[in-house]
Design a protein around this ligand. Structure first.
Ligand SMILES: Cc1cc2nc3c(=O)[nH]c(=O)nc-3n(C[C@H](O)[C@H](O)[C@H](O)COP(=O)(O)O)c2cc1C
Length: 357
């Protein structure tokens, strides 16, 4: 049955241009986070789900629950006082680049509601690392783990990439519990080539040289990687990173009929689900479960999250589901996931990881 958001809020928002709707939602959320009693009201509506079965210890951190917000929703870390109230177990801000940039020309975000999908070619629009760091310095200490996703500015050459990632990391390091190296956005020319072994090694070596506090650094990968590229990537990750985030958006158009306009950009949402789950299972098998995986792509329900966990994900992120189902989706996913874990005989989340890989 459609929830309140799907019945009354989404139809209104969907009359707006998708990026304008996102900006309106973000600025409203930023404002209400400062309203007295907001946190009390939010916990009544979206309520944090405390359940021992959903908690876990991953990447050296405690997670109350495994559902996080994926990168791209809060690119400039403006919503960090608001988002934890939606019941997320963790939040990933960014992608943040070293210098500010405006991204690709608009329009650059498109809805495909019949398929619960989005296509975006935002191109790392953002305020840049210094400004985001100044904002982060003022944000309350986070009650849940916070990740920061790092990118590079358009036009950065492959030779410059390692030092640019490292400089961005150095500026933001005090404010994140973990960091994601984004080498998988399809909207920055040449970025995905950095997933190749030598390039990735150089980037991670540069990052780890700055990583004095040994914070977890994960690699966010593309769902369009071929199997032969996945193996060297896993080797590099095992050697130089703490985990993998799988996956970013896809350039494939799985299951979409030809009459759907051929929009250029990365596809997210329901059509991405299987592709990303398959990649998660492959990585889990290739690394024999030794590498923590954050699973992301097309998760809308507890069953989808359960599928990612059974494929090998220790944690799960969502983005597109939040657009189509609204903030209540986090609580729905968590309550269904808890039921699924129990009904399948798992005593805790960790014991379900990789059981279908
Ligand atoms: C509008 C939009 C912007 C995004 N921006 C970023 C980004 O800046 N960095 C990043 O790593 N991923 C970005 N993503 C990808 C998401 O983090 C996620 O990997 C992808 O959407 C798949 O998850 P989903 O199907 O739950 O949306 C973006 C996705 C969308 C829809």
């Amino acid at each position: 049955m459609p929830n309140f958001y799907e019945r009354f809020v989404f139809p209104g928002l969907s009359r707006l241009d998708p990026e304008k709707a996102h900006d309106w939602v973000s600025s409203t959320a930023e404002r209400v986070a400062h309203v007295p009693f907001f946190s009390l009201a939010a916990s009544l509506v979206w309520g944090k789900r405390k359940s021992a079965i959903l908690g876990s210890h991953v990447l050296g951190m405690n997670f109350e629950n495994p559902i996080g917000l994926a990168a791209g929703f809060d690119k400039n870390a403006r919503l960090l006082n608001f988002l934890p109230h939606l019941g997320f177990g963790f939040i990933e801000a960014g992608t943040v680049t070293l210098k500010p940039q405006s991204g690709n020309p608009k329009p650059r975000l498109f809805r495909i509601p019949e398929f619960e999908a989005l296509v975006n070619r935002m191109g790392f629009n953002g305020e840049g690392a210094e400004r985001v760091a100044r904002r982060l310095a003022k944000v309350q200490a986070s009650s849940i783990p916070r990740g920061i996703n790092l990118g590079i500015n358009a036009g950065t050459s492959p030779e410059e990439a390692p030092s640019r990632y490292a400089e961005t990391f150095k500026i933001l390091e005090p404010y994140g519990n973990y960091f994601a190296v984004n080498v998988s956005s399809p909207n920055t020319t040449g970025l995905r080539d950095l997933q190749e072994r030598r390039s990735l090694e150089k980037i991670l070596i540069a990052l780890q040289a700055e990583n004095k506090n040994k914070k977890p650094i994960l690699i966010k990968i593309s769902p369009d990687l071929e199997e032969k590229s996945l193996e060297p990537l896993c080797e590099v990750a095992l050697k130089l990173a703490s985990g993998v985030i799988a996956t970013n958006t896809t350039l494939q158009r799985p299951g979409l009929p030809p009459e759907v306009p051929e929009l250029s950009g990365g596809l997210s949402g329901a059509p991405l689900r299987c592709i990303s789950t398959q990649i998660i299972a492959k990585i889990y098998r290739m690394t024999q479960g030794q590498l923590p995986i954050i699973g992301v792509g097309g998760v809308f329900s507890g069953a989808d999250a359960f599928e990612k966990i059974r494929a090998g994900a220790s944690l799960v992120q969502i983005y597109t589901a939040l657009v189509y189902r609204g903030p209540g989706v986090v609580r729905e996913i968590l309550s269904d996931l808890e039921e699924l874990l129990k009904s399948n005989g798992f005593e805790n989340l960790s014991s379900a990881i990789g059981t279908a890989a």
